[in-house]
Structures are given as structure tokens and as C-alpha cells.
Design a protein around this ligand. Structure first.
Ligand code: NAD
Length: 317
């Protein structure tokens, strides 16, 4: 019997298959390796898998071979169609499940999908998994690439309590705050409610600062006033959209880095889809989506606070 108390030892830790090693997935997978988990990884991009191979993971040539000896599968993919293609089959329709990863997994495997996708898409995969006695959790994250690297992400999880409890120690390696939002799809719903509000707050804050500046106010003075008044919100606290009001935020670095406008637009569209599916009105969310749709035609790769440029083109060089 081992007497060591090394929490990076791989003893008693499940083997993990990690699929999708992009800006978020790669650092998340690296943190699992550092914590002593054995990882088999798969990505369509050889460059992405090479990075993880160098960090100690074994590289597989398909999701199925990545999961061959894994008790847990984690995915971090761009959108719903990629999640469906991996789990349900090549065309993602769910009509040819024999081609999907789910059909290759043993009963009892725990599947954690951390991609941001529509709740309806997550529920579709969860239902297919349940038929095969596989536990599925939707576990989208908040915290961006900085949080992924630092292991300080917020996980917002939907699924059964038993599966959540099984996943918690693994998620704790990659994140600081881990919420169980409810049943399947609840993680995705909570995530897009938050991001819809964030899009609205950012668009509204940019609009208010612009109104003040065009009426002769200093943007820093106005921001300080609103920060101590009832307009106070997260964007004014830590992410001011006007250049040089705050140091080390994207607006003071020509809107480079941070959270790209096109990703905000994707999340706003997911919020609108959820609203439509559930017959709920979201007039502010619709307006924010309209603003970001127009903005991303030119500035999709810039941080989402660059919505400021809608009012004042000179803020972007
Ligand atoms: P990314 O585009 O950098 O990475 C996605 C990876 O998935 C790529 O390496 C790609 O090659 C791989 N991939 C695509 N299809 C695949 C398939 N069929 N099989 C295997 N690999 C496949 O995206 P990202 O920034 O890492 O974001 C991933 C998810 O996290 C998205 O849903 C995004 O909305 C969400 N998210 C991103 C951020 C952020 O700041 N980037 C923050 C929170 C949430």
C-alpha cells in the first residue's frame, strides 16, 4: 500500500480522453496532465495535438481510439455541430449513431462537454447517452483563455447529481467555481443567460460613455462617477470599453486579446435560439445581438468591448 500523499500521482485517477485542443481545450488538458491524470487526446489539427504530446499526453487518431481506455471523456469543441459530429456520428444528425463516439463507449463512462452550445443540442446528446447508460454533463465555462491557463475557470454544469459529484474533482483541477445549475441543458442555459446580460451591459456601457464624451465629459471622470452610482456594473469595474480609462484591459491595447466579438455574437445567437425555443421574449438581448452582428462584420476578431467603435471609430486603429 502506498503511503505517499502526492495529489499529482495518477493512482486511483480515471484515464481521460480529451477532444478539442484549441485556445481553451489545450490549457485545460495541460492542467489535467500537471495534476497527474493520464490523457489520451484527439484534435483535427496536428499542431494542437503536438503541443499536448510535448506536455506528456498520448495522441490518438480518432475520438474512438482516444477513449479506448478512458473512464472519462472531456470535449471542448467550437459549436453544436462539432459536438454532434463527435458524439452522434459524422453528419451529427443522430440518425447514424453507430458512427459516433457514444456508441463506442462502455456503459458507465462519464462524458463532460465543456463547449458552449445550445441547450437543445446538449439535451439531444444527453438523451442519446442515457439510452446507452452513459452519463453526460453539459459543463460550459466562463473565464476565458486566462482562466483556462490559470486553472481558475467557472464551470456551469447540467446533469444528474451523481454524475456531477463524479466530475467535481476533475473540474476542480481546471476551475475554481463549480456550479450545479440543474438537469441536462441547465449549464448551457445559465451560461447564455449570463453572456446575454454581459453583451447587453457592454453595449449599454459603451453607449453611456459615448453620450458623456460627446457632451464634453472626460471618459475616466464619467466612468468613476457611474462606478460609484447606480449604473455600476462589471464592465465599469474591470473591463471599461473606452481606451486608456483602465490599464491592462483590451480597450487600452487596441482591443486585442480578451473575448472576441464573434464569440459574443455566437453566444447572443444561442440566447436568442433558446428564447425562441422556449417562447420567451428577450428584447434587450435581440437588440444587443443586432448591434454585435453589425459590429462583427468588420471587427469579429477584436475583443467584444470594441463595440465602443460603433459610436466612435477613432478608438480603433
Ligand atoms: P478553438 O476554435 O480555439 O478550438 C476548438 C478546437 O476544436 C480546435 O483545435 C479544432 O481543431 C477542434 N475541433 C473542431 N472540430 C473537431 C472535431 N470534430 N474533432 C476534434 N477536434 C475538433 O475554440 P476555443 O476558443 O477553444 O473554444 C471552445 C469552446 O469554448 C467554444 O464553444 C467557445 O464558445 C467556448 N468558450 C471559449 C472562450 C474563449 O475565450 N475562447 C471562453 C468561454 C467559452
Amino acid at each position: 500500500m502506498s503511503t505517499t500523499n502526492d495529489n499529482t500521482s495518477s493512482a486511483n485517477k480515471p484515464n481521460i480522453a480529451f477532444i478539442g485542443l484549441g485556445n481553451m481545450g489545450a490549457p485545460m488538458a495541460e492542467n489535467l496532465l500537471k495534476a497527474g491524470y493520464k490523457l489520451s487526446v484527439y484534435d483535427l489539427s496536428a499542431e494542437a495535438t503536438k503541443r499536448l504530446q510535448d506536455a506528456g499526453a498520448s495522441v490518438a487518431d480518432s475520438p474512438q481510439s482516444a477513449a479506448a481506455n478512458a473512464q472519462v471523456v472531456i470535449s471542448m469543441l467550437p459549436a453544436g455541430k462539432h459536438v454532434h459530429a463527435v458524439y452522434l456520428g459524422s453528419d451529427g444528425s443522430g440518425n447514424d449513431e453507430s458512427q459516433g463516439l457514444l456508441s463506442a463507449l462502455p456503459k458507465g463512462t462519464l462524458v463532460i462537454d465543456s463547449s458552449t452550445i445550445a441547450a437543445s443540442d446538449a439535451r439531444m446528446v444527453a438523451d442519446a447517452a442515457a439510452k446507452l447508460d452513459i452519463e453526460f454533463l453539459d459543463a460550459p465555462v466562463s473565464g476565458g483563455t486566462g482562466g483556462a491557463i490559470a486553472g481558475s475557470l467557472t464551470f456551469i454544469v447540467g446533469g444528474s447529481t451523481a454524475a456531477f459529484e463524479k466530475a467535481e474533482p476533475i473540474l476542480a483541477v481546471m476551475g475554481k467555481n463549480i456550479f450545479h445549475a440543474g438537469d441536462h441543458g441547465a449549464g448551457q442555459v445559465a451560461k447564455i443567460c449570463n453572456n446575454m446580460l454581459l453583451g447587453i451591459l457592454m453595449a449599454g456601457t459603451a453607449e453611456a460613455i459615448n453620450l458623456g464624451v460627446k457632451n464634453g465629459l472626460d471618459p475616466k471622470v464619467l466612468s468613476d462617477i457611474m462606478l460609484q452610482s447606480s449604473g455600476r456594473n462589471w464592465t465599469l469595474e474591470v473591463y471599461n470599453p473606452y481606451p486608456q480609462v483602465m490599464e491592462n484591459v483590451p480597450s487600452s491595447k487596441n482591443y486585442e486579446g480578451g473575448f472576441m466579438s464573434k464569440l459574443m455574437q455566437k453566444d447572443l445567437n444561442l440566447a436568442l435560439q433558446t428564447a425562441k425555443d422556449s417562447h420567451v421574449e428577450t428584447p434587450m438581448g435581440s437588440k444587443a445581438t443586432e448591434l454585435y452582428e453589425e459590429h462583427t462584420t468588420k471587427h469579429g476578431d477584436k475583443d467584444f468591448s470594441s463595440i465602443m467603435a460603433r459610436h466612435d471609430k477613432s478608438v480603433l486603429s
